[in-house]
Design a protein around this ligand. Structure first.
Ligand SMILES: CC(C)(COP(=O)(O)OP(=O)(O)OC[C@H]1O[C@@H](n2cnc3c(N)ncnc32)[C@H](O)[C@@H]1OP(=O)(O)O)[C@@H](O)C(=O)NCCC(=O)NCCS
Length: 270
C-alpha cells in the first residue's frame, strides 16, 4: 500500500490469515517478545543497517542470518521451509543500488508503477519504440514482470529504475545473450542495452551518467549493442557519447506504427 507520507514513514500491508507469510510474521513477533537476547540481536542488526543507509535488496540479505535464527527458535518451520526462506532472501543476481554523483540506480519496486506509467504513456518517449503509449494496467503488468524477472538466474533481463532526488526519472536495461539459438556459447557474450528518460529531465546528462555506471556492472568481456531508428537522434547521440561505433544502417527493416523503419546499429566491446 502507499506510503501515507507521514512521519514516521512506514509501509502498511495486509496479510491473509493462515498464509505461510502471516504464520512466519507472527512466529517472529512472538519469539522476539519472549526472547530478549534474540530481540536485541535483531535490533542491533536493524539499527546497524539503518545507520549504513542501505537499500532493500542488500537489507533483506543482510537480515537473513538473524531471521533464520529467529525462525529456527520459533520452531514453526521444517528444514525445507527454512532453506527456501534463506534462498529467497539471498541477493542472487539482483542489484543493490548503484550510486553516482546525482543518481541512484536500483531494482524496480511496485511503487514505481505510476512514474513508469508517466514515462511509457508519453507519446514523445515511445515515438521510436515498437509499442504505443501504455495504459496504467499495462504499466502495472510490466513492472510486476520486471520484478519477477530479476529473480531469474542466470539473469537475462536487467531492467533498473533511475532515481534523482528521490524521484523516478527513467529506466535503463540490458538483455543478456550468453548463448545463441543452438545453445552455443557466444564469445564474447552479447547484451542489447536501452535507456528511456522523462522528457523534463532530458538534456542534463542523466542518461549518460546512468549508463556509464551501469555498463561496468554487466561484466566483461561483453559485446554491447544499441539499436535504434536513425531518426531517434537522442538515442544515437547517446551511443556516440558512450563511445560506441556505428556498425550498420539497414533500410526498411520492419513496419511499425504504419511506416517502414530503418535500423541503425551501434556496438562496443568492453
Ligand atoms: C535517449 C535519451 C535517454 C537521451 O536523453 P538525453 O537527455 O539526450 O541524454 P543525456 O542524459 O546523456 O544528456 C545529453 C544531453 O544533455 C546535455 N548535457 C547537459 N549537461 C550534461 C552533463 N552533465 N553531462 C552530459 N551531457 C549533458 C548534452 O549536451 C546533451 O545535449 P544534446 O543532445 O543537445 O547535445 C532520451 O532521448 C529518451 O529517453 N528518449 C526516449 C526513449 C528512447 O527513444 N530511448 C532510446 C531507445 S534505446
Amino acid at each position: 500500500m502507499r506510503d501515507p507520507d507521514q512521519i514516521p514513514r512506514r509501509n502498511i500491508y495486509v496479510c491473509v490469515d493462515g498464509a505461510f507469510q502471516t504464520r512466519n510474521h507472527l512466529g517472529v513477533r512472538d519469539t522476539l517478545r519472549s526472547n530478549p537476547n534474540l530481540r536485541d540481536q535483531y535490533g542491533a542488526v536493524k539499527l546497524g543497517l539503518a545507520a549504513q543507509g542501505t537499500n532493500i535488496v542488500d537489507y533483506v540479505e543482510a537480515k537473513g542470518t538473524v531471521i533464520q535464527k529467529i525462525l529456527k527458535t520459533a520452531g514453526i518451520l521444517n528444514e525445507d521451509e527454512l532453506a527456501s526462506i534463506h534462498a529467497a532472501n539471498l541477493k542472487g543476481e539482483r542489484y543493490g543500488a548503484i550510486k553516482t554523483s546525482r543518481l541512484t540506480i536500483r531494482e524496480f519496486v511496485m511503487a514505481d508503477v505510476a512514474p513508469f506509467h508517466a514515462l511509457e504513456s508519453n507519446p514523445d518517449v515511445v515515438r521510436y519504440q515498437t509499442w504505443g503509449p501504455k495504459s496504467s494496467e499495462q504499466a502495472h503488468e510490466d513492472v510486476a514482470q520486471t520484478i519477477q524477472s530479476s529473480f531469474v538466474s542466470p539473469r537475462q533481463v536487467i531492467e533498473l529504475a533511475v532515481v534523482h532526488e528521490q524521484k523516478f526519472i527513467g529506466r535503463i536495461g540490458a538483455m543478456m545473450k550468453r548463448k545463441d539459438d543452438n545453445d552455443v556459447g557466444l564469445d564474447p557474450p552479447h547484451a542489447d542495452i536501452w535507456f528511456s528518460f522523462l522528457p523534463e529531465v532530458q538534456g542534463r546528462g542523466f542518461a549518460t551518467e546512468a549508463m556509464e555506471a551501469f555498463i561496468p556492472s554487466l561484466g566483461s568481456p561483453l559485446e554491447l549493442e544499441i539499436e535504434c531508428d536513425p531518426r531517434n537522434a537522442g538515442s544515437w547521440k547517446m551511443a556516440e557519447r558512450l563511445g560506441f561505433s556505428k556498425i550498420s544502417l539497414t533500410e526498411r527493416v520492419y513496419e511499425c506504427k504504419g511506416e517502414w523503419v530503418d535500423s541503425l546499429v551501434y556496438r562496443k566491446i568492453v
